[in-house]
Design a protein around this ligand. Structure first.
Ligand SMILES: [Zn+2]
Length: 268
C-alpha cells in the first residue's frame, strides 16, 4: 500500500461542511499549494483536536497528508494562528469576511499557489478586523486588488468601446460590466451601463495601487462607496455567472436592516 506524504503549510480556511457522521470537508487557500480540499476525519467528534480551527477565514498552520499531488488531503493537525475574533464579534464584518473567502474560493484553481494572493487575503482580513464601523471600504479595496491579481482587473485607463484614453476631467463616465471597464461620454448609447463618476474611477485606481498598510486611509465619499459597490457587485456576478452565497445573505440582511431600523439585527 502506498504511504501518504506529510506536508505543512500556512493556510486560510475558505469553507467547511460536515461530511457523513463525523468528518468535515474543508477548502483552504494555502501558501505552498494554493487552493486545496481536505478531509478532517472525526472533526465533529474530536472538537478538541481541531478546536475552532476549521471555521471560515481562520488562519492556520496546517499539517496534512496525501497519496499524491491532486488527491484529497487528510487533515492531520491544525493550529490556529489567527481566529479573527474581532471580525466574528461584528455581524456585518463576519458576513464580509465570508464574502472575501468565497471570492477566493470561486476565482482560484486547485494546486496553483499564489503567495501574494494568500498575503492579500490575510492582510485584508486583518484590516477588516480593525475597520471599526466602516468595514465595507476595506472590502472594496480588497475586491479591486483581488481582481487584478486573478486576471480580471477592471479597465479604468481607456474607454472599453472606442479605446480612447480617459482624461482626468471626464466626469460623466459609465462602466460596462460585459467588457469590464469604463465607457467614455461619446460611447454611452445604451442605458444598461452603470454610473461611474470621476471620483469613483479615481478611488478605484487608488485602491488598486495603495499598500495594505495605507488602505484604511483611503476615503470613500457616500456616492463613491455606492457606485463602487454596485460596479463590483455587477461585474463579479457577471464574471462568475451567478450570485455568491455570501452576497445573497448580505443583501437580505441589509434589506432587513432597512425595513427594521430600530431592531437589533445582530441578535438574529
Ligand atoms: Zn469611448
Amino acid at each position: 500500500m502506498t504511504s501518504r506524504e506529510i506536508y505543512k503549510t500556512a493556510a486560510i480556511v475558505l469553507s467547511a461542511i460536515d461530511y457523513g457522521e463525523s468528518d468535515r470537508i474543508v477548502s483552504f487557500y494555502s501558501t505552498d499549494f494554493g487552493k486545496m480540499k481536505g478531509i478532517a476525519k472525526g472533526a465533529k467528534r474530536s472538537r478538541k483536536r481541531f478546536a475552532n480551527a476549521l471555521e471560515p477565514f481562520t488562519k492556520i498552520s496546517l499539517t496534512f497528508s496525501r497519496y499524491r499531488i491532486g488527491s484529497l488531503a487528510f487533515v492531520e493537525n491544525c493550529f490556529v494562528e489567527e481566529h479573527f475574533a474581532s471580525i466574528r464579534g461584528d455581524f456585518t464584518a463576519s458576513l464580509l469576511g465570508a464574502y472575501m473567502v468565497e471570492l477566493v474560493e470561486r476565482f482560484t484553481l486547485e494546486g496553483k499557489p499564489m503567495t501574494e494572493l494568500f498575503d492579500l487575503l490575510a492582510d485584508f482580513l486583518f484590516l477588516l478586523g480593525k475597520a471599526n464601523g466602516n468595514p465595507e471600504r476595506i472590502v472594496r479595496i480588497f475586491e479591486i486588488k483581488f481582481l487584478k491579481m486573478v486576471g480580471y482587473e477592471p479597465q479604468l485607463s481607456f474607454c472599453v468601446r472606442c479605446q480612447m484614453p480617459i482624461v482626468q476631467e471626464q466626469t460623466a463616465l459609465r462602466f460596462d460590466h460585459t467588457r469590464g471597464g469604463v465607457v467614455c461620454p461619446s460611447c454611452q448609447s445604451d442605458g444598461r451601463l452603470l454610473a461611474c463618476s470621476a471620483g469613483t474611477r479615481k478611488t478605484m485606481l487608488a485602491g488598486r495601487d495603495i499598500s495594505a498598510e495605507m488602505a484604511p486611509r483611503l476615503f470613500f465619499a457616500p456616492l463613491i462607496a455606492k457606485e463602487c459597490e454596485e460596479i463590483m457587485a455587477v461585474f463579479i456576478r457577471y464574471l462568475l455567472g451567478k450570485e455568491l452565497r455570501s452576497v445573497e445573505v448580505l443583501r437580505q440582511v441589509k434589506n432587513l436592516q432597512r425595513a427594521l431600523p430600530a431592531m437589533e439585527v445582530s441578535n438574529l
